[in-house]
Design a protein around this ligand. Sequence first.
Ligand SMILES: Cc1ncc(COP(=O)(O)O)c(C=O)c1O
Length: 483
Amino acid sequence: MTEQQYAISKYPDTVEVYARLKNLVDQPIRPVRRERMQEYLNYYETKCARSKALNDEAQKLIPGGVQHNLAFNYPFPIAIEKADGAYLWDADGNRYIDFLQAGGPTVLGSNYAPVRDRVIEMLQTCGPVTGLFHEYELKLAQLIHRFMPSVEMFRMLGSGTESVMAAIRAARAFTKKKKIIKVGGAYHGWSDSMVFGLHLPGTGRLEAKGIPIGATANTQEFFPNSLGALKAKLIFNLLLGGTAAVIVEPVGPESGTRPVPYDFNRKVRELCDEFGALLIFDEVVTGFRLGLGGAQGYFGVKPDLTVFGKCVTGGYPMAGGVGGRADVILRFAAGIGGTGERAYIGGTLSANPLSCVAGYYALLEMERTNAPVLAGKAGDRLTLGLKAIIDKHGLPFVVFNQGSIVHLETSGVMLLDLHNPLKLARELKPRKHMLEEMGAAYMANGLITLAGSRMYTSMADTDAVIDEALEKFEGVLSSVEGL
Ligand SMILES: Cc1ncc(COP(=O)(O)O)c(C=O)c1O
């Protein structure tokens, strides 16, 4: 038997997942019982004094007291002091099992020593940046090309957001068309043109404060999984000069919170070919987490362009890049080798030696250890365990995973959309608050999740770690109303 290469051992039955999600959203919310929630909130007051004091100070200088969208604000953000493998420790010395994993990049686990050692070596010889070419830029590009043959050429950048911007610019420069179609609810960073249909499908410019209408004038969204709607947009755009690219998160919007049917990407590829649009895979999350071949390897679909972030530097700073067809990527050529129709991109710290050495050794270590598959097995064990808890208590909650990306929907807020605007207006706030409470309840029990509804597992999540986590989840999930 050949060794499993990808993190997903069995693709979720999306018809069943959507039926369960619909059932969840059709029901009233089931938050943690009030007296128990008070106990959980007391944890923060009594056990997190230093975090609280730091946050009180931070509020004076940092807007909202916290700089990161994924950090918990409720009841107040916890200050983290130490990270190692599957665990984090806060400034008061409390230990947590870390299912945030920095939002995805650390498939090897946090602060993985063999990569850290290489980074320190680089810092001691070259420092973090010179602004000139370093051999590790080439080594990283070669490695990515080996893992993902669709990446004929690669240009490294500073973040996923920048890399999406670059991919869109290249697609427009190459096709000479303007329209970009995304999936409603998908996240492609915070650039002007992509803060559109964010989080909740159909919401268009709802979150586009500070962004002029012109900046999103050529961005369009279609409802998740609706190939008919995509085709209609592609046809309509023929009258508007055509579609430059369709951009997708290949497991579905918000890292697969709304999972795609298995053959969705293949069908999007066919539509792109039919209408002369480029297909951009945003593999910021899936790139290397699903396996070294990424989602494109897993689904067997070849995009024209791939956007990288997170894992591309193994959790070290300046994580971004865009790769793909040489004839398209050549639009970025700096200096010699350009096509004469250059799409301008840049970045003082892009492709610095620190980021490149970190990415190179992180990916090599992931290959040597088979980390994506091990992380996927941990995700499977967590999902199965959570499902058993949910079923045992007869709860309407929904758990499913795409390997090491685990979704635990308890409030269903992410499943609201503009198909039903009245329900959205009525339920958005209470469902969002329940999610915050669930996140706070998990954390008070020593579990850090992504926004209370997603978990990234890593190679460091041994069976013992997952079993410990499941015990803690059982405590919270068995304390919801109605039990
Ligand atoms: C799918 C996807 N694309 C793009 C981004 C933006 O990447 P960055 O935060 O590095 O700008 C993210 C970040 O979470 C993401 O999940």
